[in-house]
Each structure stands twice: as C-alpha cells, then as structure tokens.
Design a protein around this ligand. Structure first.
Ligand code: V47
Length: 355
C-alpha cells in the first residue's frame, strides 16, 4: 500500500488491480488522497446549478429491473406530457431562475420522434439562453432503432433541434453479464460509448453515470470507470462522473446487501483518484442523501448537481427528491459543511460564488 500511496501522491496513473485494492485501504487514508486531488483542482469550492428535471413520459418499451419510474405492474400510472405541459414547466423553471432543464424520458413507442425532438426546438425558441441537457444514450439508441436512423443522424437532429449537452444516464454498469441481468435489451455498453464518442466528436460535452450498490461487485465498478477513462483519453468530452446509489423500492431487482456509507464514500474517493482525466465528480444528493453528499465533498466530490425542483425517476424508487431542494437551504448546508458554494452553468463556468 505504501508504494501505491506514493504513486497516487505523485499523480501517477493507477491500473485496474491497484484501483480495486483501494477498497481495502483505510477509509480516512483513502479520503485524504482523494481530498488532496480535489483540493488541488478546486480548493474548497463546491459546484451546483439551478436546474429543473423534467421526465416527460414514463411509458417504456424496455424493462430495467432496477427502474421504479416506468409504468408497469408496480406503478400502473402511465403518463405522457403534451408539449404545452412541458413548456409550462419550463416557464416556471425559468421564473425560478433555472439555467438548465434536464429532460429524461422513458422509451415510449407511441410518442414518435417528433414529440421527442420537437419540444427541444420549442424550448430553445422560447428561451434561447436556457441550457437543454437531454436524451440519454439509451434514449438515443431507442430513437435510432425505432426510426431506422444512424446514431450520427440522430445526433445531428439533436443538435439541430437545440440539445446542448447529453446527460450521463443509461450507463448503469458496463460489464455485459451484470448489464444482461439488470437491463437486458437496453443500449449495449459498446453502443453507449459509440453514441457519447460521436457526440464528443461534434464538440459537445456529456456526463457519465454508474448505477452501483445492487448486484454488481467492486471489480465491475472499477471496470466501469476504466472504460470511461479510456474514452476520455481520446475525446476529453466528459464533464462529470456521477456515481448513482441504487434505490431499492418499487422495482423488480432483488438485492441482498446494500452498500454502507463507508462503501459509498470509498467509491467516490476511488473515482476521484482513478478518473484522473475527468474534471468533476458529482455527489448526486438525490441518490446519496444530502447528508452523505455533504460528507462526500471531503472524499473527492466537487459537485452536488442542483436544486432540481422536481424529480421522478429516483423518487419513484424511494429517494427523498420528489420536490428538489430549496436554494437558500442548499447554499447554507454547503457553507456549514466548510465549503464555498459556487453556482455554475451547465458547462462549469462560474456564475456566482456565495461567500
Ligand atoms: O440511467 C433508475 C438511474 C438514471 C434507479 O448527467 C436509478 O448530470 C438509482 O442519469 N436507483 C437517470 N438510480 C438519472 C441520470 C442523471 C441524474 C442526475 C444527473 C445526471 C447528469 C444524470 O437514473 C438512469 C438510471 O441509472 N436510476 N432507477 C434506482 N432505482
């Protein structure tokens, strides 16, 4: 371990087995190593944005076992919003000072590609300065397949219609065997990367998530991160890595053991050390809880996502995020935990430092 610690302190790149062995390191030693990297990059700044999540439909042709959001036997409540409804939500968000709308939908076979893409054009026309983060690689794959369009054509259409950046959803766990067990039929890992690579090649940015704490093993998480690091070496297009802690309610995935807070903190810390080429590690408070996200700031995380306003995907599975978090409270919590809250835009330009 001594050699490995020295290697990390010298900013040398670590490999798969070294990264895996970090899980056996004392939590506070590991935390210090990650914190030093975070501090060297951002000091005590912690980033967030004022954003609004919109989930326009929950009617899905796919069945991901971990998902409690899509309409099914456990959630027999299908909905698909009209463009007018989505525009009304966007209007409210702008009135509440949101700089970004983050739209993620289920894979709805009835809605049609014009419903998916047309709303972006309408939002952009009404609010040219509002950043649109939309369409996970899983949605891009679904729309490409169902409309016989190449990924490249789909990406051109996204750009033409006003999408600014892509969210990191649909990544789940890249290991093919685990992926088959939890979300068979959804975009493959290779295609997830193909889509993000094409997006980056158009000069655009995206994020990447990792759903963990279910049936995967530690080695699968390290493999997931190394695949991300490999693409990032080529394109440099990922802004943030977002570990999503598995939420267990109202779904079909049987899980025996849930990760402890220590395991979650170790995962943030390892990601900060291993992903030496990804600028931001996001502690998404929705899945980690606000309390643990605040502590994660000392274990490598520098970003806490945002105020969100409404959230349907994780709250359906038990997260306490249905109504977002109040801006003043969020800022206070970050300050009280010893960090400097910095409101950012979607591309990490600083908008306001809360002294
Ligand atoms: O891909 C679904 C996850 C994701 C559960 O890019 C679950 O900035 C935990 O990707 N437990 C969608 N997670 C959300 C997402 C995201 C969120 C915040 C920021 C960004 C970003 C992206 O939610 C899905 C899936 O991995 N999810 N069900 C669950 N039971």
């Amino acid at each position: 371990m001594k050699n490995l610690i020295e290697k990390i302190e010298k900013n040398e790149r670590i490999n798969f087995s070294e990264a895996l062995s970090l899980y056996d390191m004392d939590l506070f030693v590991l935390g210090r190593l990650a914190d030093e990297k975070r501090k060297a990059m951002y000091g005590k700044k912690s980033f967030f944005n004022i954003n609004r999540h919109i989930n326009p439909t929950n009617e899905c042709k796919d069945i991901c076992k971990f998902c409690a959001f899509s309409a099914n036997r456990k959630n027999p409540n299908p909905y698909t919003m009209s463009h007018e409804e989505i525009l009304n939500i966007t209007k409210q968000a702008v009135e509440h000072n949101a700089k970004e709308v983050h739209l993620v939908s289920a894979h709805n076979e009835k809605a049609g590609i014009d419903w998916y893409l047309g709303i972006f054009k309408k939002i952009k026309e009404a609010y040219p300065n509002l950043h649109i983060k939309a369409l996970t690689a899983a949605e891009v794959n679904f729309l490409s397949e169902s409309n016989s369009l190449s990924y490249e054509k789909m990406i051109d259409l996204m750009i033409e219609n006003g999408v600014d950046s892509m969210p990191g959803g649909g990544a789940e766990i890249f290991d093919e065997k685990v992926r088959d067990k939890i979300c068979k039929g959804k975009v493959s890992s290779d295609n997830w990367f193909k889509i993000h690579r094409l997006w980056h090649e158009k000069g655009r940015k995206s994020n990447v998530t990792m759903l963990f704490g279910h049936i995967e093993e530690r080695a699968h998480r390290i493999d997931h991160m190394i695949r991300i690091r490999n693409l990032q070496d080529i394109t440099g297009g990922f802004n943030a890595f977002i570990p999503l802690v598995y939420q267990r309610e109202n779904n079909y995935l049987k899980v025996e053991n849930f990760p402890t807070s220590q395991e979650i903190l170790k995962t943030y810390a390892i990601s900060r050390i291993l992903l030496d080429n990804v600028p931001h590690i996001k502690a998404y408070w929705v899945t980690s809880t606000v309390n643990l996200a605040l502590i994660a700031q000392e274990f490598g995380a520098d970003d806490l996502d945002g105020t969100i306003e409404k959230e349907s995907i994780n709250s359906a599975a038990g997260a306490k995020s249905a109504n977002g978090v109040d801006l003043d409270e969020f800022v206070h919590l970050i300050k009280d935990s010893g960090f400097v809250p910095v409101e950012r835009d979607s591309l990490y330009n600083e908008l306001k430092v809360y002294k």
